[in-house]
Write a protein of this length. Structure first.
Lengths: 149, 166
């Protein structure tokens, strides 16, 4: 997998911490590999919206990657519940179902961005960098350039 | 069967396979389902309800699923049965999700359910009012079957009682 310039937290220069929410184990593994190539650390995983809320509270990640179509509780409802309690949450929706109503609903509930599956590593990197920069959390030196480690 | 409803699924599978197999896929056979569908490899099904109701089965021969798994994992993988199942479920999610996105943006309203692995060898025949079309795609690594069974409710509204998915 291509390696990207590491995204680190501005405050302590530690790796950006991720919570990955997807009912597919395979998708979680794939996303985990991707964020690790950005220098990130996966600190939690969840397979449904209910577990995502619990894991968010437990891990307080810098970024949540959230699927939409999941059993028990779907991603958009989980976003709503997380953001109501934690308005600072940075949630990026990652779903194959990307119709306008869904995207709009997710953004209205407080998601920061949306990326459609199949996910391209370069595209997700740029989105995460954008979301983190928006909050002044991090920016790599020479941000946006791809590099080999 | 309305081709405008099927076309997004064909286009979506074609695009995703071409990207993941690094070669074009081509349709080599198209049949109407006469009896219950008998799976050929590892298969996953996705149901949807609303203005359009039905289900789509994505059925892949193991070598194709293994190549897709390698692509999604960005490297060689140990193609276990579990991994192949997860791969097919995730691919079904992507293909059907992308198709559903196009249909929703075209104005059709329906809800999609998470993919489920098809564990039985032969499925029940689609309902009397539901036509099922089976498309066979050929890729360099083997064949992929897409079984699309759906019906369009012309007088559907948000308050309509959903029909059982076949």
């Amino acid at each position: 997998m291509k390696q990207f310039e590491a995204l680190t937290r501005k405050t302590d220069r530690q790796p950006v911490r991720y919570l990955i929410v997807d009912d597919s184990v395979f998708a979680r593994k794939s996303l985990a590999k991707m964020v690790e190539s950005y220098g990130g650390q996966v600190i939690g995983e969840a397979g449904d919206g209910c577990t995502a809320i619990t894991e968010y509270v437990r891990t307080k990640p810098d970024i949540v990657l959230m699927d939409i179509t999941m059993p028990q509780m779907e991603g958009i409802e989980a976003v709503d519940r997380i953001v109501q309690e934690h308005p600072e949450a940075r949630i990026v929706m990652v779903s194959s179902v990307g119709y306008q109503d869904n995207i709009l609903a997710a953004l209205q509930k407080g998601a920061r961005h949306f990326v459609q599956k199949p996910v391209k590593a370069d595209a997700l990197y740029e989105i995460i960098r954008y979301v983190l920069n928006d909050d002044g959390v991090t920016s790599p030196v020479g941000a946006g350039t791809e590099t080999s480690r | 069967m309305r081709m405008d409803l099927i076309q997004p699924f064909i286009g979506s599978l074609d695009a995703v396979l071409a990207q993941m197999m690094n070669a074009p896929a081509r349709i080599v056979d198209l049949t109407m389902e006469e009896e219950g569908y008998r799976k050929k490899g590892t298969a996953a099904t996705v149901a949807f309800r609303g203005e359009i109701e039905g289900r789509v089965i994505l059925d892949m021969e193991p070598p194709v699923a293994a190549q897709v798994a390698s692509y999604l994992s960005d490297g060689e993988v140990n193609a276990s049965e579990t991994l192949l199942r997860e791969t097919v479920a995730e691919l079904a999610n992507m293909v059907i999700g992308n198709a559903v996105t196009q249909l929703n943006d075209a104005g059709y309203e329906f809800k999609v359910f998470p993919p489920e692995i098809l564990t039985v060898e032969q499925c029940q025949k689609a309902g009397q009012d539901t036509e099922a079309t089976i498309l066979c795609f050929e890729t360099p690594a083997g064949k992929v079957h897409l079984n699309i069974a759906m019906q369009h409710h012309q007088h559907w509204s948000h308050d309509s009682e959903p029909l059982p998915v076949q």
